[in-house]
Design a protein. Sequence first.
Length: 147
Amino acid sequence: MLADRLGGFLLVWASAAMLAGSVGIWLFYVQHQFEDTYWQRRGEWSYADAALRGSSYLKLPPVLQFFTGNIGLHHVHQLNARIPNYHLKRAHESSPVFANVPTLTLWDGLRTVRLKLWDERSGRLVTFAQARHCGVATVAIPASDAA
C-alpha cells in the first residue's frame, strides 16, 4: 500500500517536474533563438548589440510574467545583470534604449522552436525546409565563433 502511494506520488511529481523543466528550458531558449536574432563573428561582435538585438522581449501575460520571474524581460538582464527581476519591467519601460528590442508574443515564441540554422546571406535563423529551399551552401549551424 505504501509502495502504491509512493509510486503515485512519484508519477505526479516526475510529470510536473518534467513539464516545469521543459517550460523553463524553452523560456531560456526562445530568448535568443528567434528569426531576426543577432549573430556576429568575434571581430564584429558588440556587447550592447548582442544584449539589445540578440535577446528578445518575450511579452507574456501578467500571470506568466509573475510566475516566471520576468524572464520575458531577459534583454534588460543581458544589458545589466545587476537589475533585480522585480525591477526589470520598470527598467524596460523607462529607458528608450529598449524601445526597439525584438518583441515576441507567446505564439511567436512557440514557433521559434522550428528555427535551427543560421543563414549567412539573409542574416537570420531559418528552418531546415527553408535551408533546403535557399541552398545548403549559404546556411551554417551557428558555431562558437559566431558569439
